[in-house]
Each structure stands twice: as structure tokens, then as C-alpha cells.
Design a binder for this molecule. Structure first.
Ligand SMILES: Cc1ncc(COP(=O)(O)O)c(C=O)c1O
Length: 468
């Protein structure tokens, strides 16, 4: 094929962007100078391309205001694709994009971030992790350039099964590595329930789960949460009348409330699951980040019949960019999960090797101890500021692990208005409605202490206090 001139490349690129709808009908095109800078070409090249597109009738100029894509579809011999009609199966669009909203709020601003619950924001971990990984060595000495079995890195799965330390999970065949626990949750949910089915869910709940469930067209039966976690008595009443496909719970350092399901309620919940034959999906992302005392055992460790599907992640104990999580469950479910996972081939092989190399250094458990102390100190700073706000009508419960304070605001304060004011001063947090179905306006905000340094928390909390 003869090489295109620079002009032709620019012209075809612009033409493609207009015809494919990247630049919607009627939209304003970038000024010549700006586009020339962006695409690193001369301004003349853009002027020339715009002129040709104009004579083709694809764009027009308005004096003093720039160039626009014609508002009507171009007279073309071939019909243009109507993307809306091409994408009828977009049930995932029916739910609001909470993720997009939060990201947009943060944008590119360098805000004090109390919004995102991320692990790994401390430098020593990064250095240790990097030290343990030699990419070339991994590529030369392993099969990292190829695919694992669908379930993932065998040694890593053995390590996870051992780390879980419960009699129900003893073999790597009971563990599958996934792309973060979000993928684990997405696959599990899709296997267990379909559009129109009901599931029982703590309310409030982790917004990624809420978003997922709503996107899949599931009907959510809300189960309230109090200081001891899920109100299992309410669930019991509901199960006497209806039969959800599964029960989703974050029983340990719940997101967003930080609560722990008491031992008694753990037993009651399992008994209900057994009595009614309903699976439990246990999302245990924060278990290992306790400050002092270890939390009660996972539901999975108390599971007598294999009713619990256990999900966890390295995102909180290490960092979320790894995108490595896992599912541990009994054989029939794992077999089905394996078939489902085959649809995306497998989880990133190279990264699983990298994690395995790091774990072999043997510093992980010391790191975990460090991380616990680290988050405990950060939580204490936030607590100090929150306790000073009690006199202003703020209330909250102090968590004993995890990443979050679930804060109830004084009656007259709107969480959304507070967020707008806070954003003006470069502080961002999550409003409570993100963790509840849309209709429910609640006077809560969630403050996460994992992201900022102690100084950042001091600074951000002083700003929040001044706004209340
Ligand atoms: C309860 C809970 N589950 C799952 C996730 C998602 O984690 P991952 O990064 O492993 O997808 C989060 C992240 O905030 C979470 O809070």
C-alpha cells in the first residue's frame, strides 16, 4: 500500500471521527491551533483538512465561533451505523454509573481523597514489592508469557488455601484467581441469578456490588445493618415469605459502615442459609486489616454444608492495580465458575507470577502487620477530628479495622451540598446515597482514611469541620 502523506492521515482521521460518531452531529470541532498542537502537526495541515471536509459537506463554519459537524447525517451512499440500535443488550446501562460519577468528581484534581477505599498507599510496600520482582527473570524462567489453567497459578492458589486457614478450603482446586474480587462477584452473581431474580443484600452496601446487581437487573431485598452487622432477624422474616437466589454480605469490616457481624449472628445466618437452602456470597475484602483483635472467623470457616461462596482480594492488603482476587467454594460451584471463566480465558498470568515472586520473599506477613498499624494510626487521626464534631450533631461508630467511617450528619446538613462545598476546597468523600438504591436519600457520608497521609487527614478534616 502506498504511504499516506501526513495531510491524508490527518484528513482521514478527522473524517473517520465524524462518520463514526466520535464527533457527534452538530458538535463543535476543536480550534485549528489546539488540534494542531494535540496531534503534533502544522496548523496548515489542519486548516487544509477542515477546508476539504467542509467542501464535502461534513462540517460547516460559523463566523467567530468555529467549526461544527453538520447537524444532519451526511448524504452517504452507505448508511451509517446507528449505535443505539446496534447495542440492544445494554442492561448494564440501566443503572447509574456510580463509578463514572465518582471518577468525574475526582477528575484530574489533586484533591484530599476520603472517597476511594484503596490499599497500598504507603511507600515501603511499593519498594518491597518492586524488589521482589524481576520481570525478565519471570519471563525467562516461567510460563508467564503463556496461559495458566483457567483457575490460575497453582502455587498461588495453594498459598491462598493455606492462608485462609480453614478446614473447608484445603485444596487449590477449591480456589480460583480472578481479576480482582469485582470480577469474582460479577461471575458469581451471573451464575446464581438472572434479570428479575431477587437477592438479599445488606443496606447500605458496597457500591460496586450495588452497581453490579442493579446492572444485571436483579431485584434487591434490602436487609438493614446495625452495630452488630446484618439484621439477621429481619432476613429471617423475609425468608419466611420469599426465596432470594442468594444472600450477599460483607460481614467483616463492612463497607461502608465498618461493622462486624457478631459471632451469634454468623451462626444464625448460616442456620438460615441451611434451613432455606440459599447460598451466601461472603465478600471478605477487609478481613486482614484489623487494628487489634482478630475479627470472628469467616462464614466460610463455619460453613457445614458448602453453602458459602467466599470472595477476597489483594486490593486492600496490597494494592488495587494488581487486579487479583479469588473465589473459594465447593466443587460443584467451582466447576461451573471454571466454565464461566473460560469465556475470558484466564486472569493475567504475568501479574500472578509477579505476586507469587513477591510472596516468596516472605515479607508479606510483616507488611500486613505494618499495614494494620498504619491504618490504625490514620483512623485515629480521623477519629480525633470526628469526636470534636459530635457536639455539632455528627455521629459515628469507631471501626476496629477496614478503611471507613460511616458518618451521620446533623439533620440540617445535606450530604450533597456538603460535598459541593468540600470540593471547592479540594476535599472529596463519598455521599451515603452511593451505597443505597438511588431513591433513598440518607444523611450519611463515608470517609475513607486509607488513601491520605496523617497530615492529609488532619488537613481535610479541618476543612470538613469548618463546613459543618
Ligand atoms: C466489599 C468490597 N468488595 C470488593 C471490592 C472490589 O475490590 P477489587 O479491587 O478486588 O475488585 C471492594 C473495593 O472497594 C470492596 O469494598
Amino acid at each position: 500500500m502506498p504511504r499516506k502523506t501526513l495531510y491524508q492521515t490527518v484528513y482521514h482521521r478527522l473524517r473517520y471521527q465524524i462518520l463514526s460518531g466520535d464527533w457527534p452531529l452538530g458538535s463543535r470541532l476543536p480550534p485549528e491551533r489546539k488540534l494542531a498542537e494535540e496531534w503534533a502537526v502544522s496548523r496548515n495541515t489542519i486548516v487544509h483538512a477542515y477546508a476539504d471536509l467542509e467542501s464535502e459537506g461534513l462540517i460547516y463554519s460559523r463566523v467567530g465561533s468555529g467549526r461544527y459537524v453538520q447537524p444532519l447525517p451526511p448524504p452517504s451512499a452507505l448508511p451509517l451505523l446507528n449505535w443505539r440500535e446496534q447495542m440492544p443488550g445494554g442492561s448494564h446501562l440501566s443503572a447509574p454509573s456510580l463509578m463514572t460519577e465518582l471518577n468525574a468528581l475526582l477528575g484530574t484534581r489533586d484533591a484530599l481523597n476520603f472517597a476511594f477505599g484503596e490499599g497500598g498507599n504507603h511507600t515501603r510496600l511499593k519498594a518491597e514489592f518492586a524488589k521482589g520482582i524481576d520481570p525478565l527473570h519471570i519471563l525467562e524462567t516461567s510460563d508467564a508469557d503463556y496461559l495458566f489453567p483457567v483457575q490460575g497459578h497453582l502455587e498461588l492458589r495453594k498459598w491462598i488455601a493455606e492462608w485462609m486457614n480453614c478446614e473447608q478450603i484445603t485444596s487449590p482446586t477449591q480456589v480460583m484467581i480472578t481479576s480482582g474480587s469485582q470480577e469474582a462477584l460479577q461471575m458469581t452473581t451471573s451464575i446464581l441469578a438472572g434479570p428479575g431474580d431477587s437477592i438479599a443484600v445488606e443496606m447500605p452496601t458496597y457500591f460496586g456490588a450495588l452497581h453490579l446487581f442493579q446492572s444485571l437487573g436483579l431485584h434487591l431485598i434490602p436487609i438493614p445493618v446495625d452495630g452488630e452487622g446484618m439484621r439477621v432477624d429481619v432476613l429471617e422474616g423475609i425468608l419466611s415469605r420469599t426465596r432470594p437466589r442468594f444472600i450477599y454480605t460483607v460481614p467483616t469490616f463492612h463497607n461502608p459502615t465498618g461493622t462486624i457481624l457478631s459471632m451469634e449472628r454468623r451462626r444464625q445466618l448460616l442456620a438460615l442459609s441451611e434451613k432455606h437452602g440459599i447460598p451466601i456470597v461472603e465478600d471478605d475484602a477487609y478481613r486482614h486489616l484489623h487494628f487489634e483483635q482478630e475479627p470472628p472467623p469467616p462464614l466460610k470457616a463455619l460453613d457445614r454444608q458448602g453453602n458459602v461462596i467466599y470472595i477476597n482480594t489483594f486490593s486492600k492488603v496490597l494494592f488495587p492495580g494488581l487486579r487479583l482476587g479469588w473465589v473459594a467454594a465447593s466443587r460443584p460451584f467451582m466447576e461451573r465458575l471454571t466454565r464461566y471463566k473460560e469465556l475470558s480465558i484466564s486472569t493475567n498470568t504475568f501479574v500472578q507470577h509477579a505476586l507469587w515472586s513477591y510472596l516468596q520473599q516472605g515479607t508479606f506477613h510483616a507488611h500486613l502487620e505494618d499495614a494494620r498499624r498504619h491504618y490504625q494510626r490514620q483512623a485515629a487521626v480521623m477519629d480525633k477530628h470526628l469526636s470534636a464534631l459530635v457536639a455539632k450533631g455528627v455521629s459515628y461508630a469507631t471501626p476496629s479495622g477496614g478503611f471507613y467511617y460511616w458518618v451521620s450528619l446533623p439533620e440540617q446538613v445535606s450530604p450533597k451540598e456538603l460535598l459541593q462545598k468540600a470540593l471547592q476546597q479540594n476535599v472529596v468523600f463519598a455521599t451515603g446515597d452511593l451505597f443505597l438504591p438511588r431513591e433513598t436519600e440518607q444523611p450519611y457520608i463515608r470517609l475513607c482514611y486509607s488513601h491520605e497521609t496523617e497530615e492529609g487527614i488532619e488537613q481535610g478534616m479541618r476543612i470538613l469541620a469548618s463546613l459543618l
